[in-house]
Design a protein around this ligand. Structure first.
Ligand code: ZN
Ligand code: ZN
Length: 316
């Protein structure tokens, strides 16, 4: 994973001079999670170094916005807030008008919709903002905010991406295990067994990655959902398993597997491509590749089976 220094090095335009004051301000800013006002940043900086002027801090903030290190957000309070974009994927906001807290979420369905509208109107979108203003749960119920609120968006994103991938992997494994039991053709059965084994192995890898995330934030599991989308790929395999149980021949079983893998591959690729560079994006795209490999294997096997059956038919 990139260190803050590498991140800044990449952002700094060639030939521009390093300024230690600027680096100090940037570092303090990057340590903050959430959405802070310029005044809050001034307080944080001046607590550590009285010699840095308000004007310098404002200028640096402006420079960070232009350099893409900071994003300026307007929650309708009459002043701007700033959030850093380092390991912080683009997202949308829920804003509580009572306590002024904001909550982040991501939905590639919304991004797809924005893209569709822009394309239909021949419009080149530069930036899309979505804010949902209202009252948060704590303000609505009078209960104290859950301790697990907040968290690092990059970790939440990775957590949600891994959960979807793990659920898909599990239903894929169950699907292939069932298909292996039902298939009469010995080669077809071997393929299903092989795929069940692979899904199980991948599942282990994904679960290890999930455990690694939990080590970075022990509260991670109880934090609210960050990533939203319509449907999920694991439903495809569950429906496939259901079809298998109705009694199918070997060809049909392979065809159902092909449909599930194709749907799963498309799901992870479609969503993964919409995300900004992040661990969550990588999880989705790597998973999309694995599913494509399975898809190709099944297609080859299907063709092989059709060919074998044709030859057998001729001998008879
Ligand atoms: Zn509130
Ligand atoms: Zn935000």
């Amino acid at each position: 994973m990139d260190s803050t220094a590498t991140f800044l090095e990449n952002l700094r335009p060639a030939g521009s001079k390093r300024s230690s004051k600027r680096d100090f301000i940037v570092n303090v800013f990057l340590r903050q999670e959430g959405h802070i006002t310029a005044d809050t940043l001034v307080d944080l900086i001046r607590r550590e170094d009285q010699r840095i002027s308000r004007a310098t801090i404002y200028r640096t903030l402006q420079w960070m916005v232009e350099a893409g290190i900071a994003r300026k957000v307007d929650f309708g309070e009459g002043r701007f807030r700033y959030e850093h974009s380092y390991r912080h994927p683009r997202h949308f906001h829920l804003i509580c008008k009572t306590c002024n807290r904001s909550f982040e979420f991501l939905s590639s369905d919304i991004e797809t919709l924005i893209e569709e509208v822009a394309t239909a109107r021949n419009f080149a979108p530069r930036e899309s903002l979505l804010q949902i203003h209202g009252t948060c749960e704590a303000c609505r119920t009078g209960r104290a905010p859950a301790a697990a609120e907040g968290g690092v968006p990059e970790l939440l994103f990775a957590r949600d991406a891994l959960r979807v991938a793990i659920a898909t992997e599990r239903s894929g494994r169950d699907f292939y295990a069932r298909a292996a039991r039902l298939t009469r053709d010995s080669r077809g059965r071997k393929i299903f067994e092989k795929l069940a084994g692979e899904e199980k192995e991948h599942l282990g890898t994904l679960e290890a990655r999930y455990a690694e995330l939990l080590r970075q934030d022990p509260e991670l599991e109880s934090r609210p959902a960050f990533l939203f989308f319509k449907g999920a790929a694991n439903g495809l395999f569950a429906a496939g398993a259901e079809q298998l149980s109705k009694g199918v021949n070997d060809r049909e079983a392979l065809m159902i597997g092909i449909k599930c893998e194709r749907g799963s591959h498309r799901f992870f690729k479609r969503y993964g491509e919409k995300f900004e560079d992040s661990e969550g994006k990588r999880i989705f795209l790597e998973f999309a590749d694995e599913e494509r490999a399975h898809l190709e294997l099944l297609i080859r096997e299907y063709r092989g089976l059709v060919e074998r059956q044709r030859r057998r038919g001729r001998k008879r």
